[in-house]
Design a protein around this ligand. Sequence first.
Ligand code: NAD
Length: 269
Amino acid sequence: MQEKTRIIIVGAAGRMGRTIRRLAEEEGDFVLAGLVDREESLGAVQAGSIPAAASLEGLGTHADGAVAIDFTAPEASMATARMAAAAHVPLVIGTTGFSEAQKAELRELAQKTPLFWSANMSVGVNVLMRILPELARALGPAYDMEMVEIHHGRKKDAPSGTALALGEKLAEARGWELEKVRCSGRDGIIGARPKEEIGIQALRGGDVVGVHSIYFLGPGERIEVTHEAHSRENFAGGALRAARWLAGRKPGKLYSMQDTFEPTANEQQ
Ligand code: NAD
């Protein structure tokens, strides 16, 4: 029988934190080793004998042998990642909205402790990451590429981390850099659309969990690919799967969901 994975949820009072906790308790393959959230939110998450603290560091030895899962905000996740690196606690991060400098620091911290970051933990989106570049290459430069993403009204960052990650894949397939070709707003007399452009527009409202539609607009036809997340459980399940995968891995690179699809050296033999 597979050993249970000890997990710590950072951002335990949040939408994702609460979903991960519920799923972990339902699945029964996990042991809740600790809960972390802001001091003022701790009352809402404290339950029974599960240790709770305002930081990963605050959990002390309760973090030994556990994998932390952090869905909070960029600054908070960076602080958690520094603490995880210092204490050699493996860490799965699902937070989006990191700056390039923060991502570079995460790659450095990944040399000290097993570190995993994916802007989207769903299997479907990660398969899209693989097939979109193929579509872009097969269709060729005559097909313009545009994207629309929709999320609930409380989301803080736009475009979504997933839209940017998918956009980077599309840009790479054409030999472009996303930040040089991204257009995230059109208004007024904008003139003809440049050929080297990828439009990514963000819609916000209601309780939409996450929709990403990618359009390939060509001569006389268009192809649309849409991924729609029906519930947060989809991401929470991916985060738990990532935590189980990360337990026992070595530091050395910033892992992502794509790595969990690669066969291990043993499986390849
Ligand atoms: P939320 O606002 O509901 O929850 C965030 C939680 O983090 C809150 O409970 C808050 O108190 C806590 N927090 C903030 N700063 C903290 C700190 N310094 N120390 C401890 N706790 C702190 O947000 P959410 O909807 O759960 O989303 C959280 C993040 O996850 C966002 O960046 C979102 O974009 C991302 N997200 C990623 C995926 C994915 O698949 N990777 C899926 C959904 C959401």
